[in-house]
Write a protein that binds this ligand. Structure first.
Ligand SMILES: Nc1ncnc2c1ncn2[C@@H]1O[C@H](COP(=O)(O)OP(=O)(O)OP(=O)(O)O)[C@@H](O)[C@H]1O
Length: 297
């Protein structure tokens, strides 16, 4: 049997004529953070909803810790921490009451519930707002309560659907730190975001989704290797024609595409060109996104 925390095989989910998932495969190992990225409508949320049991796939199989989610839905749910894309908390209740409720839903009781709550409250820095109704909290504070509720009981699999949406930089940093800590403790984490720098911060592996399936999967270095970066240079003198032909000139700045920008710059210097300013752009996740044409046209 597989040691992976999550194994999804050949999932298909149709809404009328739309195939939200269309042959979707994904495996996630313990301790791995996988960034699920893809254009709006590519199927990310549908996948998360299938794994959590909020919706049923028409075809395919999902196993969490080796357990088939259709056969033992209730048992599986105890191993999953989940934050939906939209804030999903009881607004008239306080964070303390929400956490107690969500902890109860994953089977935590008495001392175990109290210690899981204390840990999540400390990690998400909720002390100051614990007894205020959630509806009166800021968007970022609500996000922290939501992520805290998904952490209760240290689930083996966390599904975080755009958990930092609307969060300010300090909140974002504390959320990312908490996610990393959970992964270091062995949790498998599926992390959906449109904000690609977060995935570099998390050192996440990537699963790029297009039209309901995973079209690229691997670690960032491998997926970015072979992509083209750019050297942007302003020369002290006018740009000679033979250099113009290697790229384009934008507002007096010469831009040369290159798989190895540092090497290209070294060649320019060796040729005797004198730069007034230099900007080396290594391939980024944005470039990967563009290369796979996953952005909405
Ligand atoms: N309940 C539903 N009824 C009908 N169509 C749906 C439903 N849920 C999703 N879809 C459709 O399935 C496709 C995939 O949607 P999904 O929400 O999974 O995409 P996503 O990748 O999460 O998008 P986003 O980045 O905008 O959150 C879309 O075409 C969407 O309109």
């Amino acid at each position: 049997m597989s040691d992976d925390s999550l194994v999804a095989t050949d999932l298909v989910k149709r809404y009328g004529s739309v195939a939200a998932l269309d042959g979707f495969h994904l495996t996630v190992a313990p301790g791995e953070i996988v960034g699920l990225v893809g254009a709006n409508g590519s199927g990310k949320t549908t996948f998360v909803e299938v794994v959590t049991g909020l919706t049923r796939a028409d075809q395919g199989e999902v196993r969490v810790l080796g357990i088939d989610i259709r056969r033992k839905a209730r048992e599986v749910r105890r191993h999953i921490g989940f934050t939906p894309q939209d804030i999903s908390l009881y607004y008239s209740a306080t964070p303390r009451e929400n956490l107690r409720l969500f902890g109860g839903l994953v089977g935590l009781r008495r001392a175990a519930l109290a210690s899981a709550m204390a840990e999540a409250i400390a990690e998400m820095q909720l002390d100051a707002v614990l007894d205020r109704p959630v509806g009166l909290l800021s968007g970022g504070q609500q996000r922290r309560v939501q992520v805290a509720s998904a952490m209760l009981g240290a689930p083996a699999l966390m599904l975080l659907d755009e958990p930092t949406a609307g969060a300010d930089p300090p909140t974002r940093q504390s959320l990312l730190a908490a996610v990393r800590k959970r992964a270091e403790a062995g949790a498998a984490i599926v992390y959906t975001t449109h904000y690609l720098p977060e995935l570099s911060d998390l050192d996440a592996t990537l699963a790029v989704i297009r039209d309901g399936r995973v079209v690229a999967r691997g670690d960032q270095a491998t997926l970015l290797s072979g992509l083209v970066g750019e050297v942007r240079v302003r020369l002290a003198d006018a740009v000679p024609d033979r250099l113009r032909d290697r790229g384009e000139v934008v507002d007096g700045e010469l831009r040369i595409p290159s798989a190895d920008p540092a090497q290209t710059l070294a060649e320019l210097l060796a040729d005797g060109h004198v730069p007034a300013s230099v900007d080396l752009r290594k391939p980024s996740l944005d470039d990967l996104y563009r290369a796979l044409e996953v952005t909405t046209p």
